[in-house]
Structures are given as structure tokens and as C-alpha cells.
Ligand binder design. Sequence first.
Ligand code: URA
Length: 190
Amino acid sequence: MGEKSWEVLEGACYGCKKCRLWETRHNVVIGKGNRNADIMFIGEGPGQQEDLQGQPFVGPAGQLLDKMLSAIGLTVNDVYIANIVKCRPPGNRDPHEDEQEACLNYLRYQLMLVQPKIIVCLGRIAAMAIISPTFRITKQRGEWVQRKGYWITATFHPSALLRDESKKRPAWEDFKSIRQKLTQLQQNEV
Ligand code: URA
């Protein structure tokens, strides 16, 4: 992908057949939100609603994510939201490693276009793909690493919070830390 633009990314993604997920997708789900956001959230992959609507985080997990963003004073217009894989893994299974590998260059390109200050990995799959293959979400969530000019952290996936209420409190701590980091970085800018 030569010249960096959203059109180039979209063209490549909409025709993509680099892995088997194209066979069962209804839509390629690229991202939503503010393309100039200081903060980018990265989930795992589209679910059923996302596949049907072509937008990330529009199903139940997305509604919870919206609430958590709102609790730290943000809306989808303040953030950019994408996924590790852009096509739905059938039955919402985890994306296979070769599928993630095939898709990651699109995400790297997307990161170059958005240039966020902060990356938040939502859940284990995103954290393992972006932070470290040995990442342990229960142990390491909420920690910050600085890499390639980004501040990066991970928290529980909103779907995990829907399945297990006890994860909500630690996730809330992570969101407060994310808010703090964003405020800090934005203040340093002026
Ligand atoms: N779960 C994800 O990881 N991504 C979505 O877009 C929706 C649900």
C-alpha cells in the first residue's frame, strides 16, 4: 500500500481475500469514530451485529463500551475504534493466528493514519497481538507500556464484563487510568 490514505486502506480491505474469513463475511468492518483521535481502542473481531452492519462494537459489547466511555467523559467522536481482524470469525470463535497475521498490516496502516497517542487493547486477543504473545490479561491489565511513540495498555473485553460482573470494578479502574493518561498527554501538548 503506497500512498497513505483511507481510500487506499478501504479499497484493500473491501476486496481482501487474504484469509478464509472473507468466505463467510457479510461486511468488512474497518473502524469507526474520530480519524484524528488521540486514543484508539482495539477489539478482537466483528461479532454478528458488527458483521451485518459493517461497524465495530454496535452489539451488546459495544453498548457497554459506549457507557464506559461516557463514564470517563468521552463519546465515539473522541476515540477511534477498530479490531485485530476485520471480518467475523464464524460463530464468534477466536480469530486464528494466521487470520490475525493476515490482517495486522491493515491495522498497522490504520494506526499510521490515525496516529493516536494511546492504544487500548480490549481483551486478551488484542493484548497478545499488540503488546506481547505471552500477555496475561488478568495479571497485566491496567499496566502501561510505551512503544513506537504510543502509550499502550489493555483492559478486559466488554464481552467479558457482560459474562462476569466481578470484572467490572477492575475495568473501571483501568478506564480511570486511561482518562488520566489522556488528560496528561493532552495537557503536555499546550
Ligand atoms: N467484539 C469485538 O471484539 N469487536 C467488535 O467489533 C464487536 C465485539
